[in-house]
Design a protein around this ligand. Structure first.
Ligand code: MG
Length: 173
């Protein structure tokens, strides 16, 4: 069983993961309106992944016999000035998510909750990837600047992203 504090913090994380999905869906919509289908496709997959993250936390609570406390999901922003602006915001957002996951780990460590520490390891590794990917895309977009050819090529590259169910969920859906 989890402590009440741990269970509540995990419930809050579920809401945060759904918010991430909502944010990325809003970004996908921006890219669709800008006729950048590859960028939009990439963000749709990003949104799907976030829903999976939420379900991984949800399943963990259930397995531990806790009822989830699902909170309200805030409306995401819908004004973006450029693809670079979107990915700068993505990177900032992922840094916040990393902080939030570290907060969960601090609770688990403080409570000597070893099972939850093991469970959170996957998310800690995942956040390293998330930040690295967003950082790389910010770098590419900074190099592209206003080149429509560069943007077209990156759009084609992002179109190739394939959705894969995250490992902790792979045998559960
Ligand atoms: Mg996530």
């Amino acid at each position: 069983m989890l402590s009440k504090t741990m269970a509540k913090a995990i419930s809050q994380q579920i809401t945060k993961e759904f918010y991430s999905g909502y944010l990325y869906l809003s970004m996908a919509s921006f890219f669709e309106s800008e006729t950048l289908p590859g960028f939009a496709h990439w963000m749709r997959i990003q949104a799907q992944e976030e829903s999976c993250h939420a379900l991984i936390f949800f399943n963990y609570l259930s397995e531990q016999g806790h009822q989830a406390e699902l909170g309200a999901i805030e409306a995401p922003p819908r004004e973006f000035s450029s693809p670079l602006d979107v990915f700068k915001k993505t990177l900032e957002h992922e840094k916040q998510v990393t902080k939030s996951i570290y907060g969960l780990m601090e609770i688990a460590v403080g409570e000597k909750d070893f099972a939850t520490q093991r469970f959170l390891d996957w998310f800690i590794n995942e956040q390293v990837e998330e930040e690295a990917t967003a950082h790389t895309l910010v770098g590419k977009l900074e190099r592209i600047k206003n080149s429509s050819e560069g943007l077209f090529m990156l759009d084609n590259e992002l179109q190739t992203r394939v959705f894969t169910v995250p490992a902790p969920l792979a045998n559960k859906i």
